[in-house]
Design a protein around this ligand. Structure first.
Ligand code: NAD
Length: 358
């Protein structure tokens, strides 16, 4: 099979981690007889430097014409001075919206080899951590109106949070469908004690639950959910929530599994073309030091094979290679512990590639 992948290396550690995922994909291609063609695509700070735009139209079309998009990360302090509408993150928001990828799927699963890397007590980790956050990705406050105004010398900033019934229903369905394929427990997270948008969210989720009688639906306020994720993560199977709540909760969830560097994500809409990326940012503090953990990006490539290219065996092979690499005691700095072998970003990619088998 031949697939065209738009590759966005981006900023900070982005180029280093994407390089490792490409290495893994190339080896998968050799082993399983596929050809992956890469369309190099500029987005984020590097695109601002080169083109004066975080996502020029030509680059956007490169993504829309591909079979899927693999992204490292964008952003960094260097571009903090540019106007809000031209920030590196705007490129990413524009890409998500243009691709129509409204459903962001972020697994929070602890690898048994990394139980010690979790900041939670062993007694809590031993209960098991294995849940998925389904986050709405192209609505809510990140996509509402943003403006700053000055009245009588006082600056006021406004960000508008809007959700329609239709937007809630389509992501709600993904939540129920995901739960159906797992342990059939869905927790809908909102702030309906304060926000109108959350009251609508809860109403739509409750209505939808009549169509999914096999799924046990619960409702939780976002502040309580933040607490429950560290107190008793084993209670969760699938969490469905809006854009900003999902952004924050999924970072928290990633940390309890050991490191933000280990977690991939997929973003899908109505098309099979998806956007695949690790959940972390461009980590400017470790960029260029060969210290980044590329596993989240490598696992994002595995998700791309599974969900967009229907290559389940190939995806399994990548996940197995990551497991073998951890079993052999290799660790990047973020998950390093006593008695383990410290490796850099490049060596991590090379080792995982070497563990790939057919
Ligand atoms: P971050 O995720 O980049 O970094 C948070 C911490 O985690 C840092 O200490 C970093 O070193 C560490 N870390 C992140 N990824 C790692 C990896 N693969 N291996 C080892 N350690 C890792 O978040 P931040 O510092 O808040 O943001 C930095 C920049 O990234 C900002 O400009 C932000 O806007 C941008 N950002 C981009 C995306 C994206 O491209 N999807 C997402 C989040 C943040």
């Amino acid at each position: 099979m031949t697939k065209n992948i738009a590759v966005i290396r981006g900023d900070g550690i982005g180029p280093e981690i994407v390089e490792q995922a490409v290495k893994v994909l190339d080896r998968i291609g050799e082993l399983y007889g596929h050809t992956f063609d890469y369309a190099e695509t500029d987005m984020g700070g590097c695109a601002i430097d080169k083109w004066g735009d975080p996502l020029p139209e030509e680059m956007l079309h490169r993504c829309l014409n591909s079979d899927s998009v693999l992204l490292g990360a964008v952003g960094g302090e260097r571009w903090n001075h540019v106007p809000g509408s031209m920030r590196p993150e705007k490129g990413l928001l524009k890409l998500r919206a243009a691709m129509g990828v409204y459903s962001n799927n972020r697994p929070a699963k602890i690898w048994p080899q990394l139980a010690d890397a979790s900041p939670l007590k062993k007694s809590i980790v031993d209960q098991g951590i294995d849940f998925i956050i389904v986050r709405e990705l192209i609505g809510g406050i990140y996509f509402g109106e943003h403006r700053t105004e000055v009245t009588d010398g006082v600056e006021t900033a406004v960000d508008i949070l809007t959700y329609s019934e239709n937007e809630i229903e389509r992501i709600g369905r993904i939540g129920f469908e995901t739960a159906l394929k797992r342990n059939k427990k869905l927790c809908s997270v909102e702030k309906s004690n304060v926000l109108d948008s959350s009251r609508l969210w809860k109403k739509v989720m409750t209505r939808l639950s009549e169509e999914y009688p096999e799924v046990e639906l619960s409702h939780m306020f976002v502040d309580n959910c933040a607490m429950q994720i560290v107190k008793d993560p084993s209670q969760f199977d699938v969490i469905v929530t809006e854009n900003m709540f999902g952004d924050i909760l999924s970072d928290e969830a990633s940390m309890i599994t050991g490191s933000i560097g280990m977690i991939p994500s997929s973003s899908l809409g109505a098309e099979t073309c998806g956007l695949y990326e690790p959940i972390h940012g461009s980590a400017p503090d470790i960029a260029g030091k060969d210290m980044a953990n590329p596993v989240g990006t490598i696992l994002a490539a595995a998700m791309m094979l599974r969900f967009s290219f229907d290559m389940a065996k190939e995806a399994d092979a990548i996940e197995q290679a990551v497991s073998d690499y951890l079993d052999a005691g290799y660790r990047t700095a973020d998950i390093m512990s006593e008695g383990m072998k410290l490796v850099g970003c490049k060596e991590c990619g090379t080792l995982i590639t070497s563990y790939l088998t057919k």
